[in-house]
Design a protein around this ligand. Structure first.
Ligand code: NAI
Length: 289
């Protein structure tokens, strides 16, 4: 499979990491965000991360120079219509995602593979936004945060996805130190389905806002449970807004099964603009740069 030109839509937490990872695979990457200035800032952050990687001895300066040259910021209407792959990594909102795919379907050649980094929406449902022929070229590619470091990529076929495409993509990733696995198109796929209770039960265990209790739970899960991060630290890293949207979507998709019920504390934090690390405050407080 040839993946040389990649368009990444959305330059937030995930889009930035995905764009960086593909640039490090020597792909030409075009970054797009509805907020053009924000995409430019994300590109600057990636370049800063390259210099840190050089300091740590992970790459040489000449390698990161090439990676930097592989990246560019574009307006949606200026993206390459002959790209090999477009990855959508915008907010977790079904209608907004479908509207974007409808636009992309008109802008890009029929050969372009469409992928969504959605954490929870059905790929079959998202693919309804595109033309009949494109549906064969439409799949889920679910990366994990941070996308440059986390090896797992969940690969999801919708009902109309050509399985040959996902098979070849899995092979492509697996020769580039990712661990790509085929998952069913069911709400939350594997990781986000299983993880709902990691977050949900932790929230139900503390009930109200209490940093002392958050750190108690995080400590126990790390020290005794063997997890790398506790549930509150992880929600702050993911983004509490994104995590809440995923929980709401999984809950709705399972026809409101109680075990997936979202928690009001999470909703209240989002309403207060406490979105986690990215906003400087979430369950915990962070120093903003
Ligand atoms: P984010 O909130 O950090 O970034 C979203 C970006 O999308 C923002 O920069 C926003 O301006 C842009 N955007 C929104 N609507 C747009 C549109 N119509 N066109 C172009 N740009 C648009 O969100 P994050 O965390 O990067 O999540 C993106 C996707 O990745 C979501 O579907 C989420 O469920 C999924 N995901 C998130 C993970 C996480 O740990 N945050 C992990 C794996 C998947």
């Amino acid at each position: 499979m040839k993946i040389e030109k990649v368009v990444v839509i959305g330059s937030g937490t995930m889009g930035q990491g995905i764009a960086q990872w593909f640039a490090q695979q020597n792909c030409q990457v075009q970054m797009v965000d509805q907020n053009y200035e924000f995409a430019l800032k994300s590109l600057e952050k990636i370049k800063l991360s390259f210099s840190k990687l050089v300091d740590k001895g992970k790459f040489t300066e000449s390698q990161t120079k090439v990676f930097g040259q592989n990246l560019s910021v574009k307006k949606l209407e200026d993206i390459d219509p002959l790209a090999d792959l477009v990855i959508e990594a915008i907010i977790e909102n079904l209608e907004v995602k479908k509207e974007l795919f409808l636009t992309l379907d008109k802008l890009l050649s029929s050969s372009v593979i469409f992928a969504s980094n959605t954490s929870s929406f059905s790929i079959t449902q998202l693919a309804q936004a595109v033309s009949e022929t494109r549906k064969n070229n439409f799949l889920g590619l679910h990366f994990f945060n941070p996308a440059t470091i986390m090896k797992l990529v969940e690969v999801i076929n919708g009902l109309e996805t050509n399985p040959e495409i996902s098979k070849k993509i899995i092979e492509w990733f697996n020769t580039r130190k990712k661990v790509a696995c085929l998952c069913s198109d069911s709400p939350g796929f594997i990781v986000n389905r299983v993880a709902r209770n990691f977050y949900g039960e932790a929230l139900r265990a503390v009930e109200t806002y209490s940093p002392e209790k958050f750190s108690e739970v995080d400590l126990v899960m790390k020290e005794v449970g063997g997890f790398k991060m506790g549930p509150f630290e992880l929600m702050d890293l993911i983004g509490i807004d994104i995590n809440l949207s995923v929980t709401e979507s999984v809950y709705r998709s399972f026809y409101e099964e109680a075990r997936f019920k979202p928690h009001r504390l999470q909703r209240d934090l989002v309403l207060a603009g406490r979105l986690g690390k990215k906003s400087g405050k979430g369950f915990y407080q962070y120093e903003t740069k």
